[in-house]
Design a binder for this molecule. Sequence first.
Ligand code: FE2
Ligand code: FE2
Length: 226
Amino acid sequence: MATRTQQPRNADGEFASKRRRSGARGSNGNRSNGGSNKSGGLFDWGGTTTGALLSAAVAGAAVVVAANLGRKLIVQGMSGTAGDWDEVLAAEHDMALAIFDKMLATDDTQKIKRGMLLTKLTHALDKHAHEEEMVVYPALREANDKVDADHLEQEHGDMKTFLFRLGEMPTDSPQWLDVVREFRDEVAQHARIEEDEVFPRFKAEISADQNKHITSLVNKDGFLMA
Ligand SMILES: [Fe+2]
Ligand SMILES: [Fe+2]
């Protein structure tokens, strides 16, 4: 018992002596001292190991967070630094159309490449649609342009249907390129209406501060989705 109480005291000064005093109050030595020693002894042992494990977990989590942050910065940096919200979105249109072009340059033997490009396209369109549906289209509705906002959002639904169709289709299907071509045409037409008609008209109606605010919201949403 002496050794049991000495070790925590030597190793843990005041904490151990407090434990020892509260343990001495109970008369049922083993259970009480066991609890005390368990706390003191295991505290030292557990403190070191748990601390090491915790440090490793925190370090691991930090690496994951840093890697994810880096990835987001890279992904978002590709469009998020392009300027105002409408320029950011136009840059994303170009990026999506470039992915389509790579898809159209494949043949039926390049199944893996097609699958990878489809994943890339899905992510790009998902992020882009989120920015528009969570920021730009609601702002359009607030500025009394509900008709355009609703029409454009409905077209996003059509694009998701194309993504679903392609996802369900074998990548070596003889129809794969036709569907991709039709899909690209829809996206290009949708992007043209946004870039040439809806966005410039809306931008002309809002103040410089509102423009800056919408840019900030689009960038934040893009970062979240990257
Ligand atoms: Fe859109
Ligand atoms: Fe768009």
